[in-house]
Design a protein around this ligand. Structure first.
Ligand SMILES: Cc1cc2nc3c(=O)[nH]c(=O)nc-3n(C[C@H](O)[C@H](O)[C@H](O)COP(=O)(O)O)c2cc1C
Ligand SMILES: [Mn+2]
Length: 464
């Protein structure tokens, strides 16, 4: 049992040592009772995915020590709950929004190191992806998917590094499908390279510390290594890849050094996506793996498609800071914002205190611009708890007059995976005003009973 990590409140700095690799974080999770260690053999096809889902739903990450036909263990759902993300950040659930927000405004750049790096302890120039224990997660997935890799690319203009997640379908010894959605920095870099007839070098770091995992999910115009450094409180040590000019995290478990091939497209998919539906099969980019490096006895990390981890990282917590900034810039009467993971990042909930006439629409428009995927904004009064879906549905059912309180925006850009979008991602968006208009506020007050100590009353004790 290791000592619990000191918790960071809104203002205090972390006092425990920073977590600087995946192994360090797994120790923290074990010490906090947040990790299931599964030691009996499991199948890489489907069985591992089903057990991982069961473990996540029971509230824990899962480490599979014996995967049939594989040498390396697999771990998943490492950041699959608010509690585990809070542990990674060394803060409380309530302080998380502030910690993430400040990280985007206090960049800590990566620090290149010389000499041998753990991630390059073993080098495999004769690439064979079959050596990696890549699971087939969901029942209808089109094949094994590497989802948890931090995809590292460099801006051809200026050279900044970009960190993101891109699902990679394993297609052969050294071949992967690369699913790049429309609104992605790596896609911009690739299109610029392809226009010159060139391949785009990129690397994939699999098995990294949680600050890097969280940073990669951010949409940020700078270099996302800066966010990882800010979240951890120390710069990310990086080392040059062996075959290209990309800097990779020195403590990663595994690194794939790759390139996206100019002029090539192939069928890719289907895969269980964050929308809760399977994606279709589409013509997507193709990557070639040129070299694999790894630590001795590496741990393979995975994120199952449509898992809570996928939703939390990809659609919720990392997008709330910008949502809060833009909504509060539109009105000082914005109190709280939320991208509830159950709505896959398409729904933004905003709580306002006594908005002025018309202001809800202004805030709604700002919120729609916080991330391209957001297509529904619901604004509620300050007596409605955003974290309680029952309360939000109550406001929707009792405080909306549908011919007056809804603005519909047509022909906007959203995400192409949404079932209502065109193939290019064109979609309609809406702002719903579920606040009481000023003239009704005094007429309709919410029924709230005082809190009571039922346990004390049942036990015959006097209430505290
Ligand atoms: C587990 C996971 C898998 C993801 N897979 C993809 C993907 O296959 N394609 C994609 O375009 N975005 C994917 N995303 C979303 C992007 O990684 C995310 O929006 C990121 O901010 C994009 O980086 P960028 O803003 O620097 O372009 C995924 C996110 C997560 C958390
Ligand atoms: Mn980016």
């Amino acid at each position: 049992m290791i000592a619990p990590r000191a918790r960071r409140t809104d203002t205090a700095r972390m006092t425990s040592p920073p977590i600087d690799d995946l192994r360090g974080f797994l120790d923290v999770l074990r010490g906090s009772g947040e990790l299931n260690d599964l030691r009996h053999p499991v199948q890489r096809m489907h069985e591992l995915g089903a057990l991982l889902r069961a473990s996540e739903q029971a509230g824990k990450a899962a480490m599979f020590h014996r995967v049939e036909g594989a040498e390396w263990p697999v771990v998943g759902s490492v950041l699959g709950s608010h509690a585990r993300i809070a542990l990674a950040l060394g803060c409380t659930r309530e302080a998380m929004g502030g910690v993430l927000d400040r990280a985007t405004r206090n960049p800590v750049p990566a620090r290149p190191i010389e000499g041998p790096a753990p991630c390059q302890e073993v080098v495999q120039d004769d690439v064979d992806l079959a050596r990696l224990p890549v699971p087939v997660h969901a029942p209808l997935d089109g094949g094994p998917y590497i989802n948890a890799g931090i995809v590292l690319g460099r801006d051809p203009v200026g050279g900044r590094h970009n960190l993101s997640y891109v699902r990679l379908q394993v297609k052969g010894r050294d071949r992967v499908g690369v699913n790049l959605n429309t609104w992605r920095h790596l896609r911009d870099f690739f299109e610029a390279a392809e226009a010159r007839g060139e391949n785009l070098p990129f690397c994939v770091a699999i098995g990294v510390d949680p600050a890097l995992m969280i940073a990669a999910a951010f949409r940020y115009e700078g270099d996302e290594y800066e966010i990882a450094g800010a979240l951890r409180g120390t710069p990310t040590p990086v080392v040059r890849a062996r075959t290209c000019d990309v800097l990779v995290p020195a403590t990663a478990e595994i690194v794939l050094e790759c390139e996206i091939l100019a002029g090539e497209r192939e069928d890719e998919g289907p895969m269980a996506e964050y929308t809760g539906h399977y994606s279709g099969v589409g013509r997507q980019c193709v990557g070639r793996v040129r070299c694999i490096t790894h630590r001795r006895q590496p741990i393979f990390q995975t994120v199952a498609g449509a898992s809570f981890e996928h939703l939390l990282l990809g659609t919720a917590v990392t997008r709330e800071p910008r949502l809060r900034q833009l909504a509060q810039a539109a009105s000082p009467r914005v109190r709280e914002v939320l991208l509830p993971p159950y709505a896959s990042g398409f729904l933004a909930l905003i709580q306002m205190h006594e908005p002025r006439p018309g202001e809800v629409v202004n805030v709604g428009l700002a919120a729609l611009n916080a991330h391209v995927n957001i297509n529904t904004v619901v604004v509620v009064d300050s007596d409605v708890d955003l974290f309680n879906p029952t309360d939000v549905f109550w406001a929707l059912s009792t405080r909306v007059r549908w011919d007056r309180d809804q603005a519909v925006i047509r022909h906007a850009l959203g995400n192409e995976l949404h079932p209502s979008a065109t193939r290019e991602g064109e979609i309609s968006k809406t702002i719903i005003d579920a606040t009481l208009p000023p003239e009704l506020r005094s007429r309709y007050s919410k029924v709230v009973y005082p809190a009571a100590d039922l346990a004390a009353a049942l036990g015959g004790r006097p209430p505290r």
